[in-house]
Design a protein around this ligand. Structure first.
Ligand code: GDP
Length: 311
């Protein structure tokens, strides 16, 4: 496949084209993914998540610049499940464009929901693979940390960075959104703003409560950054590298990879089985059952087991 060969060479047009095929769930995308797959598994996958406005786009931009300083390359995927038309993500891209356009070592792509959130998660998995196969050293996955589906997408990464900013209310937002459990590194961004130290202390208290259990376990460091001028960003990249070393040394990287593949396979199977079932029975058949459930003639579990018997 010419497109795959060009994408493997890092050809930007081919990358953009391939990603569009994935988003459209085009039949050719599946063959392309199979051809790409043997070339994946080298990039470090970094998730960056946090409440809206905490500075994710700005920080990812600064991280990419720091990665370039070290002569490494970065692919960036900005996932915005809340917006069907990439409003927020586009804004983020504009911020990035200013500093990163024209640099062949950086590739930025926004993704938004076109259908289901599950579809978005799978499309994100595939785009990660495309950028990994294209040879980017690091793939940064930026998601708004606002709900369970976003958390799921963040778990695609090997190292998850959770952002918090001061002055977003007294409570730690990340705590409310259930992001603390997935944090490998915690960042208080906007450290130039008043209240940054207080936010860091609030995070420390939560971490301390969770610590103590296992002294060998990774203790998520709490860093402070000013994404706007890059302060603290080299330290953040050091912490990310250290986390990767920890994952490799303890065998956790392989374990995370296994869990990731399991989640992905289960997701793909669910969709594939459902697609097959629907195409075999026909949409109208399914609709008739739906009507019968609506009429309280039968319950969904009974319908599901009957339908499964037919495959
Ligand atoms: P996102 O919604 O989490 O992606 O946040 P953005 O990156 O779009 O940033 C939200 C706003 O915060 C923008 O106006 C940024 O310029 C600003 N911002 C980002 N980082 C910093 C920082 O370190 N300090 C200050 N004062 N403002 C920041």
């Amino acid at each position: 496949m010419e497109l795959v060969a060009a994408a493997l060479d890092g050809d930007r047009y081919a990358l953009a084209r391939l990603i569009s095929l994935i988003e459209d769930r085009h039949a050719a995308a599946q063959d392309a993914m199979s051809a790409l797959f043997p070339h994946t598994g080298r990039a470090h996958l970094i998730g960056v998540t946090g409440p809206p406005g905490s500075g994710k786009s700005t920080l990812v931009n600064a991280l990419a610049q720091q990665i370039r300083e070290l002569e490494r390359t970065a692919g960036i995927i900005a996932v915005d499940p809340s917006s069907p038309f990439t409003g927020g993500a586009l804004l983020g891209d504009r911020v990035r464009m200013r500093d990163l356009t024209g640099d062949p070592g950086v590739f930025v792509r926004s993704m938004a929901t076109r259908g289901s959130l599950g579809g978005l998660a799978q499309a994100t998995n595939d785009v990660v693979k495309v950028l990994d196969a294209a040879g980017f050293d690091v793939v940064l996955i930026e998601t708004v940390g606002a709900g369970q589906s976003e958390v799921e997408i963040a778990r695609t990464a090997y190292t998850t960075v959770v952002l918090e900013a001061p002055g977003m209310g007294d409570e730690v937002q990340a705590l409310k959104a259930g992001l603390m459990e997935i944090a490998d590194i915690l960042v208080v961004n906007k450290a130039d703003r008043p209240g940054a130290a207080r936010t860091a202390r609030a995070l420390e208290m939560v971490i301390d409560r969770n610590a103590a259990r296992d002294s060998d376990a990774w203790q998520p460091p709490i860093l402070q950054t000013i994404a706007l001028d890059g302060s603290g960003v080299p330290e953040l990249l050091d912490a990310i590298d250290e986390h990767r070393r920890h994952l490799c040394a303890t065998g956790l990287l392989a374990e995370r990879e296994r869990r990731r593949v399991e989640r992905e396979l289960v997701g793909v199977l669910e969709r594939e089985l459902l697609d097959r079932l629907v195409s075999r029975l026909g949409r109208e058949h399914l609709d008739r059952w739906i009507e019968r459930v609506v009429a309280r003639e039968v319950d969904v579990y009974t319908v599901a087991s009957r339908l499964c018997e037919t495959v």
